[in-house]
Design a protein. Structure first.
Lengths: 222, 272
Protein backbone atom coordinates (compact mmCIF):
# COMPACT_ATOMS: atom_id res chain seq x y z
CA UNK A 1 0.00 0.00 0.00
CA UNK A 2 2.75 2.49 0.92
CA UNK A 3 4.61 1.77 -2.32
CA UNK A 4 1.44 2.56 -4.26
CA UNK A 5 1.01 5.69 -2.19
CA UNK A 6 4.55 6.82 -2.96
CA UNK A 7 3.98 6.19 -6.67
CA UNK A 8 0.76 8.21 -6.77
CA UNK A 9 2.17 11.01 -4.61
CA UNK A 10 5.27 11.16 -6.82
CA UNK A 11 3.13 11.39 -9.93
CA UNK A 12 0.88 14.17 -8.51
CA UNK A 13 3.87 16.18 -7.31
CA UNK A 14 5.69 15.73 -10.61
CA UNK A 15 2.64 16.98 -12.52
CA UNK A 16 2.51 19.90 -10.09
CA UNK A 17 6.21 20.65 -10.49
CA UNK A 18 5.88 20.72 -14.26
CA UNK A 19 2.60 22.61 -14.54
CA UNK A 20 3.49 24.98 -11.65
CA UNK A 21 -0.19 25.76 -11.01
CA UNK A 22 0.23 25.68 -7.22
CA UNK A 23 3.36 27.80 -7.36
CA UNK A 24 2.13 30.35 -9.87
CA UNK A 25 -1.58 30.56 -9.03
CA UNK A 26 -2.53 29.10 -5.65
CA UNK A 27 0.37 30.70 -3.77
CA UNK A 28 -0.20 34.20 -5.13
CA UNK A 29 -3.94 33.75 -4.54
CA UNK A 30 -3.27 33.01 -0.87
CA UNK A 31 -1.15 36.13 -0.50
CA UNK A 32 -3.85 38.12 -2.27
CA UNK A 33 -6.42 36.93 0.27
CA UNK A 34 -4.13 38.16 3.07
CA UNK A 35 -4.05 41.59 1.43
CA UNK A 36 -7.84 41.59 0.92
CA UNK A 37 -8.34 40.88 4.63
CA UNK A 38 -6.26 43.94 5.41
CA UNK A 39 -8.56 45.99 3.13
CA UNK A 40 -11.71 44.52 4.67
CA UNK A 41 -10.61 44.98 8.28
CA UNK A 42 -9.10 47.99 9.89
CA UNK A 43 -5.46 47.91 8.81
CA UNK A 44 -4.53 49.33 12.18
CA UNK A 45 -2.15 46.71 13.48
CA UNK A 46 -4.21 45.72 16.54
CA UNK A 47 -7.24 44.34 14.70
CA UNK A 48 -5.13 42.37 12.26
CA UNK A 49 -2.79 41.13 14.93
CA UNK A 50 -5.64 39.89 17.09
CA UNK A 51 -7.31 38.16 14.15
CA UNK A 52 -4.11 36.77 12.62
CA UNK A 53 -4.62 33.07 13.58
CA UNK A 54 -8.17 33.01 12.22
CA UNK A 55 -7.32 34.88 9.03
CA UNK A 56 -4.31 32.65 8.45
CA UNK A 57 -6.37 29.47 8.64
CA UNK A 58 -9.28 30.82 6.61
CA UNK A 59 -6.75 31.66 3.91
CA UNK A 60 -5.27 28.17 4.13
CA UNK A 61 -8.76 26.67 3.76
CA UNK A 62 -9.61 28.75 0.71
CA UNK A 63 -6.31 27.97 -0.94
CA UNK A 64 -6.70 24.30 -0.02
CA UNK A 65 -9.99 24.25 -1.96
CA UNK A 66 -8.09 25.30 -5.08
CA UNK A 67 -5.34 22.76 -4.51
CA UNK A 68 -7.87 19.99 -3.87
CA UNK A 69 -9.94 20.82 -6.94
CA UNK A 70 -6.72 20.68 -8.91
CA UNK A 71 -5.72 17.34 -7.39
CA UNK A 72 -9.12 15.85 -8.25
CA UNK A 73 -9.02 17.29 -11.76
CA UNK A 74 -5.71 15.51 -12.45
CA UNK A 75 -7.55 12.19 -12.42
CA UNK A 76 -10.31 13.28 -14.74
CA UNK A 77 -8.42 14.07 -17.90
CA UNK A 78 -7.37 11.37 -20.37
CA UNK A 79 -9.19 8.55 -18.59
CA UNK A 80 -6.73 8.50 -15.68
CA UNK A 81 -9.48 7.25 -13.40
CA UNK A 82 -10.05 4.17 -15.54
CA UNK A 83 -6.30 3.64 -15.76
CA UNK A 84 -6.06 3.80 -11.96
CA UNK A 85 -8.86 1.28 -11.66
CA UNK A 86 -7.11 -1.08 -14.06
CA UNK A 87 -3.64 -0.54 -12.63
CA UNK A 88 -4.05 -2.95 -9.67
CA UNK A 89 -2.89 -0.18 -7.33
CA UNK A 90 -4.57 -0.50 -3.96
CA UNK A 91 -7.36 2.09 -3.61
CA UNK A 92 -6.15 2.87 -0.08
CA UNK A 93 -2.69 3.50 -1.52
CA UNK A 94 -4.08 5.81 -4.21
CA UNK A 95 -5.97 7.71 -1.52
CA UNK A 96 -2.90 8.00 0.70
CA UNK A 97 -0.75 9.10 -2.23
CA UNK A 98 -3.12 11.83 -3.34
CA UNK A 99 -3.53 13.04 0.25
CA UNK A 100 0.25 13.09 0.74
CA UNK A 101 0.77 15.14 -2.41
CA UNK A 102 -1.88 17.67 -1.36
CA UNK A 103 -0.39 17.79 2.15
CA UNK A 104 3.07 18.53 0.75
CA UNK A 105 1.68 21.39 -1.36
CA UNK A 106 -0.28 22.78 1.56
CA UNK A 107 2.72 22.68 3.90
CA UNK A 108 4.76 24.66 1.38
CA UNK A 109 1.87 27.10 1.09
CA UNK A 110 1.64 27.44 4.87
CA UNK A 111 5.30 28.39 5.09
CA UNK A 112 4.76 31.12 2.47
CA UNK A 113 1.65 32.34 4.27
CA UNK A 114 3.49 32.28 7.59
CA UNK A 115 6.12 34.61 6.16
CA UNK A 116 3.25 36.66 4.73
CA UNK A 117 1.52 37.21 8.08
CA UNK A 118 4.84 38.03 9.77
CA UNK A 119 5.56 40.73 7.19
CA UNK A 120 2.06 42.02 6.45
CA UNK A 121 0.28 41.60 9.79
CA UNK A 122 3.30 42.01 12.06
CA UNK A 123 2.76 38.66 13.78
CA UNK A 124 5.46 37.65 16.25
CA UNK A 125 6.15 33.91 15.98
CA UNK A 126 6.19 32.24 19.39
CA UNK A 127 5.81 28.68 20.62
CA UNK A 128 7.38 27.28 17.46
CA UNK A 129 6.89 23.65 18.51
CA UNK A 130 3.14 24.08 18.89
CA UNK A 131 2.91 26.02 15.63
CA UNK A 132 4.69 23.29 13.69
CA UNK A 133 2.67 20.44 15.21
CA UNK A 134 -0.56 22.36 14.59
CA UNK A 135 0.39 22.96 10.97
CA UNK A 136 1.27 19.32 10.38
CA UNK A 137 -1.86 17.87 12.02
CA UNK A 138 -4.23 20.45 10.50
CA UNK A 139 -2.68 19.87 7.08
CA UNK A 140 -3.12 16.12 7.45
CA UNK A 141 -6.76 16.70 8.41
CA UNK A 142 -7.45 19.02 5.47
CA UNK A 143 -5.62 16.83 2.95
CA UNK A 144 -7.31 13.55 3.92
CA UNK A 145 -10.80 15.04 4.23
CA UNK A 146 -10.37 17.02 1.05
CA UNK A 147 -9.12 14.05 -0.95
CA UNK A 148 -12.09 11.98 0.17
CA UNK A 149 -14.62 14.70 -0.63
CA UNK A 150 -12.83 15.49 -3.87
CA UNK A 151 -13.43 11.89 -4.93
CA UNK A 152 -17.10 12.24 -3.94
CA UNK A 153 -17.63 15.08 -6.43
CA UNK A 154 -15.11 14.12 -9.11
CA UNK A 155 -16.40 13.89 -12.64
CA UNK A 156 -19.44 16.02 -11.89
CA UNK A 157 -20.11 19.13 -13.90
CA UNK A 158 -20.88 21.08 -10.73
CA UNK A 159 -17.84 19.92 -8.74
CA UNK A 160 -16.28 23.37 -8.37
CA UNK A 161 -19.34 24.71 -6.59
CA UNK A 162 -20.30 21.54 -4.78
CA UNK A 163 -16.90 20.78 -3.21
CA UNK A 164 -16.84 23.91 -0.97
CA UNK A 165 -20.44 23.30 0.10
CA UNK A 166 -19.68 19.74 1.16
CA UNK A 167 -16.16 20.26 2.50
CA UNK A 168 -16.19 23.54 4.42
CA UNK A 169 -18.80 22.58 7.06
CA UNK A 170 -16.93 19.33 7.65
CA UNK A 171 -13.67 21.25 8.09
CA UNK A 172 -15.23 23.70 10.57
CA UNK A 173 -13.70 21.83 13.55
CA UNK A 174 -10.27 21.97 11.86
CA UNK A 175 -10.52 25.73 11.43
CA UNK A 176 -11.64 26.04 15.03
CA UNK A 177 -8.90 23.81 16.43
CA UNK A 178 -6.06 25.23 14.35
CA UNK A 179 -7.08 28.80 15.14
CA UNK A 180 -7.29 28.18 18.90
CA UNK A 181 -3.94 26.36 18.89
CA UNK A 182 -2.28 29.25 17.00
CA UNK A 183 -3.85 31.75 19.39
CA UNK A 184 -2.48 29.81 22.32
CA UNK A 185 0.99 29.62 20.79
CA UNK A 186 1.16 33.30 19.80
CA UNK A 187 -0.42 34.36 23.08
CA UNK A 188 2.32 32.60 25.02
CA UNK A 189 0.07 29.94 26.59
CA UNK A 190 0.96 26.78 24.67
CA UNK A 191 -0.57 24.52 27.31
CA UNK A 192 -4.03 25.60 26.14
CA UNK A 193 -3.17 24.77 22.54
CA UNK A 194 -2.11 21.15 22.85
CA UNK A 195 -5.62 19.72 23.43
CA UNK A 196 -6.70 21.39 20.18
CA UNK A 197 -3.76 19.73 18.45
CA UNK A 198 -5.07 16.44 19.79
CA UNK A 199 -8.45 17.19 18.23
CA UNK A 200 -6.78 17.94 14.88
CA UNK A 201 -4.77 14.73 15.02
CA UNK A 202 -7.86 12.67 15.92
CA UNK A 203 -9.72 14.29 13.03
CA UNK A 204 -6.89 13.44 10.63
CA UNK A 205 -6.83 9.82 11.81
CA UNK A 206 -10.63 9.51 11.48
CA UNK A 207 -10.61 10.75 7.91
CA UNK A 208 -7.52 8.80 6.90
CA UNK A 209 -9.28 5.61 7.95
CA UNK A 210 -12.60 6.62 6.35
CA UNK A 211 -10.90 7.68 3.14
CA UNK A 212 -8.74 4.58 2.85
CA UNK A 213 -11.80 2.40 3.44
CA UNK A 214 -14.17 4.25 1.10
CA UNK A 215 -11.86 5.13 -1.78
CA UNK A 216 -12.28 1.77 -3.46
CA UNK A 217 -16.07 2.13 -3.49
CA UNK A 218 -15.76 5.61 -4.93
CA UNK A 219 -13.30 4.58 -7.63
CA UNK A 220 -15.63 1.77 -8.69
CA UNK A 221 -18.77 3.85 -8.60
CA UNK A 222 -17.68 6.57 -10.98
CA UNK B 1 -49.97 6.64 -17.78
CA UNK B 2 -52.20 7.19 -20.80
CA UNK B 3 -54.62 10.08 -20.83
CA UNK B 4 -57.62 8.67 -19.11
CA UNK B 5 -60.95 10.20 -18.27
CA UNK B 6 -61.46 7.99 -15.24
CA UNK B 7 -62.59 10.25 -12.42
CA UNK B 8 -60.55 10.39 -9.25
CA UNK B 9 -62.17 9.05 -6.17
CA UNK B 10 -63.34 11.33 -3.44
CA UNK B 11 -60.28 10.43 -1.39
CA UNK B 12 -58.06 11.77 -4.16
CA UNK B 13 -56.45 8.43 -4.90
CA UNK B 14 -56.10 7.86 -8.65
CA UNK B 15 -57.55 4.73 -10.18
CA UNK B 16 -54.91 2.06 -10.71
CA UNK B 17 -53.77 1.82 -14.32
CA UNK B 18 -54.59 -1.34 -16.23
CA UNK B 19 -52.33 -4.22 -15.34
CA UNK B 20 -50.24 -2.12 -12.98
CA UNK B 21 -51.83 -3.40 -9.82
CA UNK B 22 -48.43 -4.51 -8.48
CA UNK B 23 -47.08 -0.95 -8.43
CA UNK B 24 -48.98 1.18 -5.94
CA UNK B 25 -50.25 4.41 -7.43
CA UNK B 26 -50.14 6.34 -4.16
CA UNK B 27 -48.06 6.40 -1.01
CA UNK B 28 -50.86 6.16 1.52
CA UNK B 29 -51.99 2.96 3.14
CA UNK B 30 -54.34 2.00 5.94
CA UNK B 31 -51.52 2.25 8.49
CA UNK B 32 -50.32 5.65 7.34
CA UNK B 33 -53.87 6.99 7.28
CA UNK B 34 -54.36 5.96 10.88
CA UNK B 35 -50.91 7.38 11.67
CA UNK B 36 -51.85 10.63 9.94
CA UNK B 37 -55.07 10.98 11.88
CA UNK B 38 -53.20 10.28 15.12
CA UNK B 39 -50.56 12.87 14.21
CA UNK B 40 -53.24 15.48 13.53
CA UNK B 41 -55.09 14.65 16.73
CA UNK B 42 -51.96 14.82 18.86
CA UNK B 43 -50.95 18.09 17.16
CA UNK B 44 -54.34 19.51 18.15
CA UNK B 45 -53.70 18.26 21.67
CA UNK B 46 -50.29 19.95 21.59
CA UNK B 47 -51.90 23.25 20.58
CA UNK B 48 -54.37 22.86 23.43
CA UNK B 49 -51.73 21.97 26.02
CA UNK B 50 -49.01 24.25 24.72
CA UNK B 51 -51.06 27.38 24.20
CA UNK B 52 -54.00 27.06 26.61
CA UNK B 53 -53.60 24.64 29.48
CA UNK B 54 -49.92 25.00 30.41
CA UNK B 55 -49.08 28.11 32.45
CA UNK B 56 -46.53 30.73 31.35
CA UNK B 57 -43.05 30.27 32.78
CA UNK B 58 -41.88 32.40 35.71
CA UNK B 59 -38.72 33.53 33.91
CA UNK B 60 -39.43 33.00 30.24
CA UNK B 61 -43.14 33.95 30.34
CA UNK B 62 -45.06 32.88 27.23
CA UNK B 63 -41.97 32.25 25.11
CA UNK B 64 -41.52 28.96 26.97
CA UNK B 65 -44.34 27.60 24.81
CA UNK B 66 -41.95 27.49 21.85
CA UNK B 67 -39.97 24.85 23.74
CA UNK B 68 -42.78 22.32 23.34
CA UNK B 69 -42.04 22.34 19.61
CA UNK B 70 -38.35 23.27 19.70
CA UNK B 71 -36.98 20.51 21.95
CA UNK B 72 -38.82 17.62 20.23
CA UNK B 73 -37.95 18.85 16.73
CA UNK B 74 -34.26 19.09 17.67
CA UNK B 75 -34.46 15.51 18.93
CA UNK B 76 -36.09 14.21 15.75
CA UNK B 77 -33.55 16.14 13.68
CA UNK B 78 -30.89 13.89 15.18
CA UNK B 79 -33.08 10.80 14.77
CA UNK B 80 -33.37 11.59 11.05
CA UNK B 81 -29.59 11.92 10.76
CA UNK B 82 -29.12 8.55 12.46
CA UNK B 83 -31.55 6.99 9.99
CA UNK B 84 -29.50 8.38 7.11
CA UNK B 85 -26.17 7.15 8.45
CA UNK B 86 -27.56 3.75 9.40
CA UNK B 87 -29.26 3.30 6.02
CA UNK B 88 -26.09 4.42 4.21
CA UNK B 89 -24.04 1.83 6.10
CA UNK B 90 -26.63 -0.81 5.26
CA UNK B 91 -26.58 0.19 1.59
CA UNK B 92 -22.79 -0.18 1.48
CA UNK B 93 -23.22 -3.64 2.96
CA UNK B 94 -26.31 -4.96 1.14
CA UNK B 95 -26.46 -2.71 -1.94
CA UNK B 96 -30.25 -2.86 -2.17
CA UNK B 97 -32.23 0.21 -3.32
CA UNK B 98 -34.50 0.26 -0.27
CA UNK B 99 -31.67 1.45 1.98
CA UNK B 100 -30.85 4.22 -0.45
CA UNK B 101 -34.46 5.40 -0.31
CA UNK B 102 -34.43 5.28 3.50
CA UNK B 103 -31.23 7.37 3.64
CA UNK B 104 -32.83 9.98 1.40
CA UNK B 105 -36.02 10.06 3.48
CA UNK B 106 -34.04 10.45 6.72
CA UNK B 107 -31.95 13.37 5.44
CA UNK B 108 -34.86 15.24 3.94
CA UNK B 109 -37.10 14.93 6.99
CA UNK B 110 -34.13 15.85 9.21
CA UNK B 111 -33.64 19.03 7.17
CA UNK B 112 -37.29 19.99 7.71
CA UNK B 113 -36.86 19.51 11.45
CA UNK B 114 -33.59 21.44 11.46
CA UNK B 115 -35.40 24.45 9.97
CA UNK B 116 -38.12 24.13 12.62
CA UNK B 117 -35.44 23.87 15.31
CA UNK B 118 -33.49 26.91 14.09
CA UNK B 119 -36.66 28.94 13.50
CA UNK B 120 -38.27 28.31 16.87
CA UNK B 121 -34.89 28.62 18.57
CA UNK B 122 -34.17 32.08 17.23
CA UNK B 123 -37.72 33.26 17.94
CA UNK B 124 -37.25 32.06 21.50
CA UNK B 125 -33.80 33.62 21.72
CA UNK B 126 -35.05 37.11 20.85
CA UNK B 127 -37.09 37.69 24.03
CA UNK B 128 -34.93 35.44 26.25
CA UNK B 129 -31.36 36.36 25.28
CA UNK B 130 -32.29 39.61 23.53
CA UNK B 131 -30.91 38.40 20.20
CA UNK B 132 -32.00 36.08 17.41
CA UNK B 133 -28.62 34.48 17.19
CA UNK B 134 -25.80 33.84 19.60
CA UNK B 135 -22.64 31.83 19.11
CA UNK B 136 -23.79 29.22 21.53
CA UNK B 137 -22.47 25.69 21.04
CA UNK B 138 -25.80 24.12 20.19
CA UNK B 139 -26.90 26.86 17.82
CA UNK B 140 -23.62 26.80 15.97
CA UNK B 141 -23.49 23.05 15.62
CA UNK B 142 -27.14 22.91 14.49
CA UNK B 143 -26.36 25.49 11.83
CA UNK B 144 -23.37 23.45 10.63
CA UNK B 145 -25.51 20.32 10.66
CA UNK B 146 -28.13 22.07 8.51
CA UNK B 147 -25.45 22.94 5.95
CA UNK B 148 -24.19 19.35 6.02
CA UNK B 149 -27.71 18.10 5.26
CA UNK B 150 -28.14 20.63 2.45
CA UNK B 151 -24.85 19.47 0.94
CA UNK B 152 -25.87 15.83 1.22
CA UNK B 153 -29.18 16.51 -0.51
CA UNK B 154 -27.41 18.62 -3.17
CA UNK B 155 -25.25 15.62 -4.08
CA UNK B 156 -28.39 13.46 -4.22
CA UNK B 157 -30.09 15.83 -6.64
CA UNK B 158 -27.36 15.50 -9.28
CA UNK B 159 -28.07 13.75 -12.50
CA UNK B 160 -25.78 10.76 -12.16
CA UNK B 161 -25.90 7.14 -13.10
CA UNK B 162 -28.07 5.60 -10.31
CA UNK B 163 -25.42 3.08 -9.21
CA UNK B 164 -22.66 5.68 -9.05
CA UNK B 165 -24.87 8.12 -7.21
CA UNK B 166 -25.89 5.54 -4.62
CA UNK B 167 -22.24 4.74 -3.87
CA UNK B 168 -21.26 8.38 -3.47
CA UNK B 169 -24.24 9.43 -1.37
CA UNK B 170 -23.83 6.33 0.79
CA UNK B 171 -20.25 7.33 1.65
CA UNK B 172 -21.37 10.89 2.33
CA UNK B 173 -24.35 9.69 4.40
CA UNK B 174 -22.14 7.34 6.39
CA UNK B 175 -19.96 10.30 7.39
CA UNK B 176 -22.95 12.40 8.46
CA UNK B 177 -23.22 11.30 12.09
CA UNK B 178 -19.42 11.20 12.71
CA UNK B 179 -19.26 14.74 11.30
CA UNK B 180 -22.11 15.84 13.54
CA UNK B 181 -20.38 14.36 16.59
CA UNK B 182 -17.01 15.98 15.79
CA UNK B 183 -18.62 19.35 15.09
CA UNK B 184 -20.70 19.13 18.27
CA UNK B 185 -17.74 18.22 20.45
CA UNK B 186 -15.41 20.83 19.03
CA UNK B 187 -17.96 23.63 19.13
CA UNK B 188 -18.98 22.72 22.65
CA UNK B 189 -15.35 22.75 23.69
CA UNK B 190 -14.92 26.12 22.02
CA UNK B 191 -17.96 27.59 23.76
CA UNK B 192 -17.64 25.66 26.99
CA UNK B 193 -17.69 28.88 28.99
CA UNK B 194 -21.18 29.79 27.89
CA UNK B 195 -23.84 27.51 29.26
CA UNK B 196 -24.92 23.94 29.78
CA UNK B 197 -27.53 21.96 27.94
CA UNK B 198 -30.90 23.64 27.55
CA UNK B 199 -32.81 20.57 28.60
CA UNK B 200 -30.99 20.32 31.91
CA UNK B 201 -31.41 24.06 32.30
CA UNK B 202 -35.17 24.05 31.91
CA UNK B 203 -35.52 20.71 33.61
CA UNK B 204 -35.73 21.96 37.18
CA UNK B 205 -38.46 24.44 36.31
CA UNK B 206 -40.47 22.00 34.27
CA UNK B 207 -43.26 20.18 36.03
CA UNK B 208 -46.99 19.55 35.99
CA UNK B 209 -48.79 20.83 32.93
CA UNK B 210 -45.59 22.09 31.33
CA UNK B 211 -44.01 18.65 31.50
CA UNK B 212 -47.19 17.15 30.03
CA UNK B 213 -47.09 19.74 27.23
CA UNK B 214 -43.49 18.84 26.42
CA UNK B 215 -44.35 15.14 26.40
CA UNK B 216 -47.31 15.84 24.10
CA UNK B 217 -44.89 17.76 21.87
CA UNK B 218 -42.59 14.73 21.69
CA UNK B 219 -45.56 12.50 20.86
CA UNK B 220 -47.09 14.79 18.23
CA UNK B 221 -43.85 15.57 16.43
CA UNK B 222 -42.81 11.94 16.67
CA UNK B 223 -45.97 10.89 14.87
CA UNK B 224 -45.47 13.63 12.28
CA UNK B 225 -41.85 12.47 11.86
CA UNK B 226 -42.92 8.85 11.35
CA UNK B 227 -45.66 9.86 8.90
CA UNK B 228 -43.27 12.00 6.86
CA UNK B 229 -40.57 9.31 6.91
CA UNK B 230 -42.91 6.59 5.63
CA UNK B 231 -44.32 8.75 2.88
CA UNK B 232 -40.96 10.12 1.81
CA UNK B 233 -39.53 6.63 1.76
CA UNK B 234 -42.37 5.42 -0.45
CA UNK B 235 -42.02 8.35 -2.83
CA UNK B 236 -38.27 7.69 -3.14
CA UNK B 237 -38.92 4.03 -3.74
CA UNK B 238 -41.55 4.75 -6.40
CA UNK B 239 -39.14 7.19 -8.06
CA UNK B 240 -36.54 4.44 -8.28
CA UNK B 241 -39.11 2.07 -9.76
CA UNK B 242 -40.18 4.69 -12.28
CA UNK B 243 -36.56 5.32 -13.29
CA UNK B 244 -35.93 1.66 -13.78
CA UNK B 245 -39.21 1.22 -15.67
CA UNK B 246 -38.38 4.10 -18.00
CA UNK B 247 -34.94 2.69 -18.64
CA UNK B 248 -36.28 -0.79 -19.38
CA UNK B 249 -38.86 0.68 -21.72
CA UNK B 250 -36.28 2.77 -23.56
CA UNK B 251 -33.97 -0.24 -23.88
CA UNK B 252 -36.79 -2.35 -25.29
CA UNK B 253 -37.61 0.37 -27.82
CA UNK B 254 -33.98 0.67 -28.97
CA UNK B 255 -33.73 -3.12 -29.25
CA UNK B 256 -36.90 -3.21 -31.33
CA UNK B 257 -35.47 -0.50 -33.59
CA UNK B 258 -32.22 -2.41 -33.96
CA UNK B 259 -34.10 -5.60 -34.78
CA UNK B 260 -36.13 -3.74 -37.40
CA UNK B 261 -32.97 -2.31 -38.89
CA UNK B 262 -31.27 -5.72 -39.12
CA UNK B 263 -34.27 -7.31 -40.81
CA UNK B 264 -34.40 -4.36 -43.18
CA UNK B 265 -30.70 -4.74 -44.07
CA UNK B 266 -31.10 -8.46 -44.47
CA UNK B 267 -34.03 -7.85 -46.77
CA UNK B 268 -32.10 -5.37 -48.92
CA UNK B 269 -29.12 -7.74 -49.06
CA UNK B 270 -31.44 -10.55 -50.10
CA UNK B 271 -32.89 -8.56 -52.99
CA UNK B 272 -29.51 -7.32 -54.20
Amino acid sequence: MWRDAALVAGRDLRVEARSRVTLQQVGPFALLVLILFAFALDPARQTLERATPGLYWVTVLFSALLALARSAALDEADGVRDALRLSALEPAGVFAGKALAVAAELLALEVVLGIGVIILYGAEPAGIGLLVVTCVSATAAIATTGTLYGALVSGLRVRETLLPLLLLPVLAPVLLGATRAFEAALGGAPAEGWPWCGLLAAFAVLYSVAGAAAYGTLLEGS
Amino acid sequence: MTATTSPRTAAGAPQPADGAAAVPAHTGSRTTRILGVLALASSALLVLYGLVISPPDVEMADSVRLMYVHVPSATYLYVGCFFTTFASAMWLWKRTPGWDALAEAGAEVALVFSFITLGTGSLWGRPTWGTYWTWDARLTSTAVLTVLLIGYLALRRLDLDPGARSARVAVLGLLLVPNVIVVNRSVEWWRSLHQGSTLSRIDPTIEGDMLVALMVGFLALGLVFAWLMIHRFRVAWLEQQADRFDLDEALALRRAEAADATTATAATKGTA
